[in-house]
Design a protein around this ligand. Structure first.
Ligand code: NDP
Length: 276
């Protein structure tokens, strides 16, 4: 390895599946940045040691994936506002005083994919978000920043949706409910932020949530249509997307934080789609 190159990495466990090295190599080539980006499988009890060693050896930035996003949150010397709200960190970088800053680009990645790649506006829209886990927590502040008309949070364990909505009540009135509590209401944008698709399951949504112009997004991505997107299409939804673009856009935002230059994402999403 050329020691004069700026160094970045992704930490996770497992890590072999991570697409981050592919993303950042493509971003660096496109923007003509000289850098090295590696992936490291970190022992679950050794995250702090590994992160300290990386920065002590002049590493410049880390992406953090499962299961270390909360460890990275606790490890950072300072947090951005969106990382504080998300309660999780997926990007670490050094500020001018060499403080290690924790940020979270998952939410802005999703918003950028939706608004810049798919060209769906969130402004003045009725939005339904399904799920109340870590990923949903991370997207709420960036969604609120798009000035939607309403946000409804529905979750299998309703008390988790209620408590999450309360955490954001100082900035936006999020309505929390159970699946049966949705009644006949329909929504402009429906986001599946559950992990149900991972096991081939479908959240028990009534088909009445979809109207003729609804757009449906599954944060999970896969080669085949996810069960949620299949269901959406069967119920008349014309515009659907999985979360591959979110993945690429969160990486682009980390790259921007580190290199102050924004790579483009659309062609890379198409390329990755072919090799899924
Ligand atoms: P969590 O484990 O934190 O939360 C899981 C959520 O899914 C909970 O709300 C849970 O409900 C719900 N859930 C799980 N199974 C079912 C089911 N069968 N029916 C209804 N609800 C269900 O996961 P994360 O928030 O970390 O991840 C959620 C999804 O987001 C994953 O699919 C992940 O792949 C995706 N993701 C995609 C990213 C991307 O870049 N594209 C980035 C980050 C995440 P309950 O509370 O009742 O258990």
């Amino acid at each position: 390895m050329n020691n004069s190159m700026d160094r970045y990495a992704v930490f996770g466990n497992p890590i072999a599946h991570s697409k981050s090295p592919i993303l950042h190599k493509a971003f660096a080539e496109e923007t003509h940045q000289r850098l090295v980006y590696t992936s490291q499988c970190v022992d679950v009890s050794l995250f702090i040691d590994a992160a300290n060693t990386f920065f002590a050896n002049e590493g410049l930035g880390l992406n953090i994936t499962v299961p270390f996003k909360t460890d990275a949150f606790n490890f950072a010397n300072k947090l951005t506002s969106r990382a504080k709200r998300a309660g999780a960190v997926n990007t670490l970088f050094l500020d001018d005083n060499k403080n290690i800053i924790g940020d979270n680009t998952d939410g802005v990645g999703l918003v950028n994919d939706i608004t810049e790649n798919l060209l769906w506006s969130l402004k003045d829209k009725d939005i339904l978000i399904v799920g109340a886990g870590g990923a949903v927590r991370g997207i709420l502040e960036p969604f609120i920043g798009q000035h939607p008309k309403s946000i409804t949070l529905v979750n299998r364990t309703v008390k988790k949706a209620v408590s999450l909505s309360q955490e954001f009540s100082d900035i936006f009135p999020i309505e929390a409910c159970s699946f049966s509590g949705l009644g006949n209401k329909s929504f402009d944008i429906i986001i599946n932020g559950t992990s149900a698709s991972l096991t081939g399951d479908l959240p028990p949504l009534p088909s009445s949530v979809i109207h003729s112009d609804s757009n449906c997004y599954d944060m999970m991505y896969s080669k085949e249509l996810t069960p949620f997107l299949k269901w959406a299409q069967q119920n008349g939804c014309k515009n659907t997307s999985d979360g591959l673009g979110m993945l690429v856009c969160q990486g682009a935002e980390s790259f921007f934080i580190w290199r102050k230059i924004k790579p483009s994402t659309t062609e890379l999403i198409k390329k990755l789609r072919k090799i899924l």
